[in-house]
Structures are given as structure tokens and as C-alpha cells.
Design a binder for this molecule. Structure first.
Ligand SMILES: NC(=O)c1ccc[n+]([C@@H]2O[C@H](COP(=O)([O-])OP(=O)(O)OC[C@H]3O[C@@H](n4cnc5c(N)ncnc54)[C@H](O)[C@@H]3O)[C@@H](O)[C@H]2O)c1
Ligand SMILES: O=C(O)C(=O)C[C@@H](O)[C@H](O)[C@H](O)COP(=O)(O)O
Length: 543
């Protein structure tokens, strides 16, 4: 299929929002071209817009503007395009913008502080739509246009209190981020935004209905929760800050109960919302509380660890542990959006980054061989990850691609099987033994590390039962260890492991159920295998 030209992003907004100034500056940060539809119009017509209005009237202006905008939408390639303030109110342009979004385009609604925008619009002068009392006209137009712009744009950006340079940086971040769309039966569609500054989508994703927002996070991510709190307050929400115990210590019924009490004290209603920010443990608890408070309120996940970005924050599995096992209580309850702000990875310790690679590799084994190639090609840089690593644009692009691809693997499985009736179980590759290891290690072993050993175990089981050859088992071991992940475990008895595997959520009655491989990208279900084969596979990871 040939390449179809389309602008990289289209900027819409009220008069004075800064579409031209901020848009041009963002284009220069991104090293791409910039076209302002109003300037282009004046150039093509050989006259200023007020003059055109005077000679031909508004209806003719809108008709000619539609022609031009439709033409720009199909001819500009990779550039930024900003539209005149009223252009998105024209039906034909709306249709074209929707088609552009369907083709993967991004329409960004640039929202400035109304006072600042009015002041700029007044200073800019000579705008036919603001003739007379400019401020009153601006307010009137805002009332009509804001709901239309909000619904039409698939990305919103608030520039309140930002300099044009800061606003341009935000805009450039938003334009260059990746976006995975998730939809399916029983799922209210949502987006996973991945990139620097993805957290700036918070108010867009939460929407205008919530009055109160509970920001649930752990202490080690304080710096990132401070940023989120500031954004929430700026957008006008009443914020309740809730710090929960870190990591698995937070995934308990006692902690969930404490959060329910806080929500009750603060008067949280069904239309209020939760933001879960942190590693996978924090987003699991936040989702669980959101699913259960008043039988379900809106929530947005802001994952800050690699593992939470690639896996835990998306797909709607929420849960807590019990004394008997991992994630034994929970629900399937999807978030309203996921904001994977890659800037938050800058504070992530090396061992927690590496742990996340366990889930990335798992996704490669079950579906996307390109993930395995990327891991293989960049194993050393990934294994040696540190705070400075993301300063390299090349390395950052690799991590972003790994996150996007892994989220796409997750999206594929959850979109047609939200409640894990079959297909979704493939995401559990490596988890049957992995969860048992975590439990027997009293959660001193990190989840991704346990999953890495679990993947080797599942590969061994696949080999023992004749599904794959030895080379693929060896490949599991060599790839995972090249990333700094563990490939063996020898700290528990077979009897204890077997008992815990029977409590795995895939088990049915007295029968064990595993996910094994037929080949790379071809996982299969394995029901009730001979227990000797399972034990043999277990023995092989003890060495
Ligand atoms: N719901 C799902 O679909 C799903 C999928 C995979 C994993 N999980 C769950 O996720 C959890 C594992 O997630 P995890 O690996 O993120 O562990 P985690 O949540 O325990 O986080 C690991 C540690 O890193 C810290 N941290 C997180 N982000 C940081 C940052 N940017 N800077 C500094 N410190 C940071 C955390 O506070 C914690 O101390 C497990 O409980 C697992 O069961 C859930
Ligand atoms: O989303 C899923 O489905 C998964 O199985 C993803 C797993 O990587 C994840 O660790 C999940 O939390 C495991 O769920 P569980 O149901 O086995 O507890």
C-alpha cells in the first residue's frame, strides 16, 4: 500500500490560544514544517481575512476556508497544521477532521487561560469574529465552541500559566508520543498514551464530571505525584492525596479498606474519580478501589515503572493479594485512560527497570518476535539502564518502541477477552510458577524476575511434552540472562510449588492449566498435563 500524505498533527483552539506562535515553535522543536491555515488563506486570496469578510461575507469565507482546509489535510505530509479559530465549527471540516483521526491523525485542542487568550486576541486586533466588544464576543464564541472542540479533538492541552516556549515543549511532547487505542466487547474504549509528558493528558482523560479526585500513590514516586497533583489542582479538581504502603505491602484488604475510609470522609460520589500513580502494585490497588467504591467509579492509571507501563496499568485486571496467594481477590475493571509518562522512568532504579523486561520478553515469546529482536540487539544497554540512559534519544526511542509493542500485545489479548475466558490467558505465560515463587519468597522476589524464571519453566514444559525443540528453550535462557534477568530458582520444595500452582487462577477443579509454547508467537493452553512432566520442568529450573 502506498504512503498517504497527512499532517502530523492539527492544532485547533480559540482566538488568542496561541495556535500560530506555539504551533510554529513546536514545529521547530520537532524539525518539521508548519502551516497556518489563516496565513495560507490570505496568501492564496491575496487579501487579509477581514477584507475578505467585508467583500464576500462570512458564509463565503467559511466555504473557501473549507476548501483550503480539506486540501491541506490531504496534501500536507508530516507537518503541523493550525486551523483558524472558527474552522472546526464548519460541518465539512468536522467530517474531514474525523476522517483524519480515523487515519491515525491527532487533532489537538490548545486551551489557554481565557483571560490570557482574550488579552492576546484583543492585542492581535482586527478579527472579524470579535468585532464590537471583543471580550464579550470571545466569551460567547467560547460557549459555542468549547464543547465542539472538546469532543472533536483526540488530544487536549492546557497551557495555563506557561510561557510560549513551555507550551510549545508540551505540544511537541504530545505530538511525538505514541498512542495505543483499546476497545472491545464490554470495554469502554480508552487510550494508552506513551511518551514524555503523557501525564499532561490527565484532565482530558478524567473529563469534566468529577469534582473530587483521589490521587493514590506510594512514597518513592512522590516527585511524580507532586506533578500530577499540581496538574489536577490547576484543572480545578479537589484533590485528596492518598499515600499507600509501597509495593506488595500495599496490595492488601487492610490498605484498600483504609482508602475506602478516606474516600468516604472526603465525600467521594459516583461521579468522582481516582488516579493511580506508581508501579504495578499501586495501579492494581487504585484500580481495585475504583472498581469497588460505590460499585465502580472512573479511574486513570499513571504507571511510573517499566513493568506497570507495559503491562499492569492496561487491561483492567485489578487486584490485591491474600495470605494464601497473589492477586486472589480482584475484578476486571478497565481504566478511562493510561498515561505512561516516560519522564517518570528517570528515577527508576536499575533493578526495577530490568525486572520490567521480564514482562516485555514474555510478550515477545507469545506474540511479537520483533520485541525479542530489539531485546537481543540492545541487551547490554537495557541491562545497564540508569538515570542517564534516557538522555540518549536513540535509547529512549528503543524503550518507547518496546513499551508500545508490549502494550499492543496486551491490547490484542484483552480486547477480545476482557474476562480471561481463553485468549487472555496467554498473557499469563510464565506466571503459574512465577506467582508461586513470589509467594514462597514472601514477595522479596520482584514480579518480573519471577515471571522470567516462570517463562524458562514453561519453555522446559513445552519441550518435555514435545511442543518445541531444545534450541528454543536455550534461547529463553540466553536472552533472559543477557538482560540481567534470573533463569533459575532453588529456594522452595516441589510440594509447596505444586500446591500453589493448584491455586493459580487458571487451574480448574483439581486440574492444573498452563500456557506453553508451540513456537515463538504461538502459545497454547495445556490442561491437566502429567504431573511428572511438570515436576521434571520444575527440576530443570532449580539448577
Ligand atoms: N494488573 C495487571 O494486569 C498486572 C500485570 C502485571 C503486573 N501486575 C502487578 O504489578 C506489580 C509489579 O509491578 P512493579 O514491577 O511496578 O512493582 P511495584 O509496584 O512493586 O514497584 C516496584 C518499586 O518501584 C518503585 N517505583 C515505581 N516507579 C518508580 C519510579 N518512577 N521511580 C522510583 N521508584 C519507582 C515502587 O514504589 C516500588 O518500590 C505486581 O504486584 C504484579 O502482580 C499487575
Ligand atoms: O493481563 C493479564 O491477563 C495478565 O495475565 C498479565 C500478567 O502479566 C499479570 O502479571 C497479571 O497480573 C497476572 O494476573 P493473574 O490473574 O495471574 O493474577
Amino acid at each position: 500500500m502506498g504512503h498517504t500524505a497527512m499532517p502530523w498533527a492539527v492544532i485547533i483552539g480559540m482566538p488568542g490560544a496561541g495556535k500560530t506562535r506555539v504551533g510554529r515553535e513546536a514545529a521547530s522543536i520537532l524539525h518539521v514544517g508548519f502551516t497556518d491555515a489563516d496565513i495560507q488563506f490570505e496568501h492564496d486570496m491575496g487579501m487579509k481575512i477581514p477584507e475578505f469578510f467585508e467583500q464576500y461575507g462570512e458564509a463565503e469565507f467559511r466555504r473557501a476556508e473549507s476548501e483550503l482546509v480539506c486540501d491541506l489535510l490531504s496534501s500536507l505530509d508530516g507537518e503541523l497544521l493550525s486551523l483558524g479559530g472558527g474552522a472546526p465549527m464548519t460541518e465539512r471540516i468536522q467530517q474531514e477532521l474525523l476522517r483524519y483521526i480515523e487515519r491515525g491523525g491527532r487533532v489537538i485542542y490548545l486551551q489557554a487561560d481565557p483571560k490570557e487568550a482574550m488579552e492576546r486576541a484583543r492585542r492581535g486586533g482586527n478579527r472579524p469574529m470579535l468585532a464590537g466588544d471583543a471580550d464579550e464576543r470571545w466569551k460567547g464564541l467560547f460557549k459555542q465552541r468549547h464543547p465542539v472542540f472538546s469532543a472533536l479533538a483526540n488530544a487536549h492541552i492546557r497551557t495555563h500559566g506557561s510561557t510560549p516556549q513551555m507550551a510549545a515543549r508540551k505540544l511537541a511532547d504530545m505530538i511525538s508520543e505514541k498512542d495505543v487505542h483499546i476497545e472491545g466487547s464490554g470495554i469502554e474504549p480508552y487510550e494508552v498514551f506513551i511518551g514524555d509528558g503523557a501525564i499532561n493528558h490527565l484532565s482530558q482523560v478524567l473529563g469534566e464530571e468529577p469534582v473530587r479526585v483521589a490521587l493514590i500513590h506510594t512514597q518513592p514516586v512522590q516527585r511524580h505525584s507532586d506533578k500530577a497533583r499540581a496538574l489536577l489542582r490547576q484543572a480545578g479538581y479537589q484533590v485528596t492525596d492518598i499515600v499507600i504502603p509501597d509495593a506488595e505491602a500495599g496490595k492488601t484488604i487492610a490498605v484498600a479498606g483504609g482508602v475506602w475510609d478516606r474516600l468516604g470522609d472526603a465525600g467521594f460520589t459516583r461521579s468522582d474519580a481516582i488516579v493511580g500513580l506508581g508501579g504495578g502494585a499501586a495501579t492494581d490497588v487504585a484500580g481495585f478501589v475504583a472498581a469497588t467504591w460505590m460499585r465502580g467509579i472512573r479511574y486513570v492509571n499513571c504507571p511510573t515503572s517499566l513493568l506497570a507501563m507495559v503491562d499492569a496499568s492496561t487491561g483492567g485486571k485489578t487486584g490485591i493479594n491474600t495470605a494464601l496467594g497473589k492477586n486472589l481477590v480482584g475484578s476486571f475493571y478497565t481504566p478511562a485512560g493510561v498515561l505512561a509518562d516516560m519522564r517518570s522512568l528517570s528515577t527508576l532504579p536499575n533493578d526495577i527497570f530490568v525486572e520490567g523486561l521480564g514482562e516485555v520478553a514474555k510478550s515477545g515469546f507469545i506474540m511479537d518476535e520483533k520485541i525479542l529482536d530489539l531485546l537481543e540487539d540492545h541487551a547490554q544497554a537495557l541491562r545497564e539502564y540508569n538515570a542517564e540512559s534516557l538522555e540518549s534519544e536513540e535509547f529512549k526511542a528503543i524503550v518507547a518502541e518496546l513499551i508500545e509493542r508490549t502494550v499492543r500485545v496486551k491490547a490484542y489479548h484483552v480486547s477480545s477477552d476482557l474476562k480471561e475466558a481463553g485468549l487472555r490467558e496467554f498473557l499469563n505465560y510464565g506466571h503459574t510458577l512465577g506467582h508461586a515463587i513470589e509467594q514462597l519468597e514472601h514477595f522479596r522476589w520482584r514480579h518480573g524476575n519471577a515471571v522470567a524464571v516462570g517463562c524458562v519453566f514453561a519453555a522446559e514444559l513445552s519441550y518435555i511434552l514435545g511442543y518445541i525443540d531444545r534450541d528454543l528453550v536455550d534461547y529463553h535462557r540466553s536472552l533472559l540472562s543477557s538482560l540481567g534477568l534470573p533463569i533459575s530458582w532453588n529456594n522452595g520444595s516441589w510440594e509447596d510449588v505444586l500446591a500453589l500452582m493448584h491455586r493459580d487462577k487458571k487451574a480448574r477443579g483439581n486440574a492444573l492449566r498452563f500456557v506453553i509454547l508451540y513456537d515463538i508467537g504461538h502459545p497454547v493452553h495445556l490442561d491437566n498435563p502429567p504431573v511428572e512432566a511438570v515436576e521434571e520442568a520444575f527440576r530443570s529450573i532449580q539448577q
